[in-house]
Design a protein around this ligand. Structure first.
Ligand code: NAD
Length: 499
């Protein structure tokens, strides 16, 4: 059930603005404690918010609501379009889908923005000058969650990358760089291997980068890029990545900056936004007044910028920096010789409240002039894709077949080919095994039989159906097909490894 209350302050620098409705969820584990601390600080700094509270997570799962959220709560989020969310505990297995992933995808929150900043010498880090913002694509890639078990031995997860999805996130990264006076945007992909999916992301990056000549741009293959980021983060500024790499590397970046407990994150969409800490609900620390509220607080600072309360954001952020600098630390960042006072969640919040209006003395004070990059800023966020001239040229038929050699399967499948649709190659986990495979290649029970139209000719859906009929009649268990199409004459498939 949504409840309402209003935070406001007579001394607020934004008293002329009306209160902005937001939805708040206190979450699970340490969530309620760090949310209370965050709200106390926002209130003391004069944030003008009209809060609607909703329940999510464990309480709902325990009631058998496996989505972790009730319909009335969606109503609140859809009305306020701004969601400040504490971490929740996701039960392992049992058909429960992650509420975080559901929320991001339902609301179209395509950009996940995680600033990873070091606070040397007040928080221990090997990278004293690190100041990196990870912009992670949030809706697609392997997180489409489309997975299948296809054979006894093989499971599949589909990696989906779209042109609009790539353009939206890359454009967001450049708009963010412009709005926040950043100098460079780096892209990480693995397009030397995934030439189509990551290749598209990289291509779109190059196209969009050309529209922002004032911002330096570069691309790294993600493996060596990740190594460089972990070793010399000061070489990076804004880094944009597909979903999975961004998920992993934003945690690495936050941790090497000092602690995952210090980083906040914004999930931005065209119509809504969600703000949170990057850490989880830390159930072992719950209810002990131990947790560090900083990650959620910095997520809330991003929220204040998003809703146009830059002055409050600045005041909260600077008071927080001053608190760190004064050595008032929770257990997770406490260090003898550097820290002065070990405090609990509540005392930390009180220390920040006491410093509202103060600036840090050694750490660089933050200044929020412009709103954060918003989707739909100066330019349309993506260009509609023009349909290409598509021609069907062949088909990959995937088969579940155990205890057979590549040559025997090759002979069996060759006998099924159509005159205009001959067998070209059989591969096993992408590696060619027929014709002329290597005896050394390890084979599973999952085979791909590729048929390509004779003399580069077009084929029809009926050809595919006829072919599959022959597979069925021969007792070969086909488990899926993929069409081989050209788009404006360009091949829409990659070659098997080893051809
Ligand atoms: P976690 O981030 O909750 O905690 C890992 C450890 O980090 C904790 O044991 C604690 O020592 C430390 N820690 C984390 N946040 C801290 C803080 N604010 N202050 C002090 N110490 C802190 O990771 P986990 O244990 O892997 O996950 C626990 C639960 O949280 C799981 O159910 C997981 O699914 C969920 N989770 C939720 C979110 C989210 O809601 N956004 C994100 C990640 C994990």
């Amino acid at each position: 059930m949504a409840q309402s209350n209003t935070l406001s302050s007579e001394t607020s620098p934004t008293t002329s603005q009306s209160a902005v409705p937001i939805t708040v969820a206190r979450g699970d584990g340490i969530g309620p404690e760090i949310m209370q601390a965050t709200l106390d600080i926002l209130q003391a700094a004069g944030a003008r918010l009209e809060i609607q509270e909703i329940e999510i997570g464990e309480q709902l799962y325990n009631k058998g609501i496996m989505s972790g959220i009730e319909d009335s709560s969606w109503d609140s989020i859809l009305k306020t379009r701004v969601f400040l969310k504490a971490p929740i505990t996701t039960p392992q297995g049992g058909g429960v889908k992650s509420l975080n992933v559901t929320t991001r995808k339902t609301l179209g929150l395509y950009a996940n923005v995680r600033p990873c900043v070091s606070y040397h010498p007040f928080v221990r880090t090997k990278h004293p000058t690190m100041d990196v913002v990870i912009v992670r694509e949030n809706e697609e890639d392997l997180y489409a969650g489309i997975e299948h078990r296809q054979t006894d031995e093989v499971y599949q997860c589909l990696k989906l990358i779209s042109r609009p999805g790539s353009e939206k996130i890359v454009r967001y990264a450049f708009e963010y760089a412009v709005a926040n006076n950043r100098k460079k945007v780096t892209c990480f992909t693995k397009d030397n291997i995934m030439k189509f999916t990551d290749g598209l992301f990289h291509k779109v990056f190059d196209e969009v980068a050309a529209e922002y000549p004032q911002i330096e741009n570069e691309h790294w293959i993600v493996d060596i890029g990740a190594a460089k980021l972990a070793d010399s983060p000061e070489a990076f500024d804004v880094v944009v990545m597909p979903n999975l790499y961004g998920d992993i590397l934003s945690d690495v970046a936050a941790q090497i900056a000092g602690s995952v407990g210090l980083a906040g994150s914004a999930n931005i969409g065209e119509k809504a936004a969600m703000f949170e800490a990057i850490h989880g609900s830390a159930p072992r620390r719950a209810g002990q007044n131990l947790a560090n509220p900083s990650g959620l607080l910095l997520g809330a600072v991003q929220m204040l910028v998003h809703i146009g309360q830059q002055d409050v954001a600045q005041s909260v952020h600077n008071a927080w920096l001053r608190t760190l600098e004064d050595g008032v630390h929770t257990y997770d960042i406490f260090k003898e010789g550097v820290s002065k006072q070990k405090v609990g969640t509540r005392e930390f919040a009180e220390a920040v409240v006491a410093r509202v209006g103060q600036l840090p003395q050694q750490l660089k004070a933050v200044q929020y002039n412009a709103p954060a990059a918003k989707s739909g800023a100066a330019k349309p966020i993506y260009t509609p894709v023009k349909p290409a001239k598509k021609a069907l040229k062949g088909v990959d038929v995937f088969v579940h077949c155990a205890g057979i050699s590549p040559n025997d399967l090759g002979a069996k499948v060759t006998a099924l080919q159509l005159e205009n649709l001959p067998l070209q190659v059989i591969s096993n986990r992408g590696q060619k095994v027929f014709p002329q495979g290597f005896a050394e290649t390890f084979c599973t029970d999952h085979w791909r039989c590729r048929f390509v139209g004779a003399n580069d000719g077009d084929i029809t859906h009926q050809d595919v159906i006829t072919l599959l009929g022959r597979f069925a009649a021969a007792g070969l268990d086909f488990i899926k097909t993929e069409h081989l199409c050209t788009f404006d004459g360009e091949k829409g498939w990659t070659a098997a490894q080893g051809t």
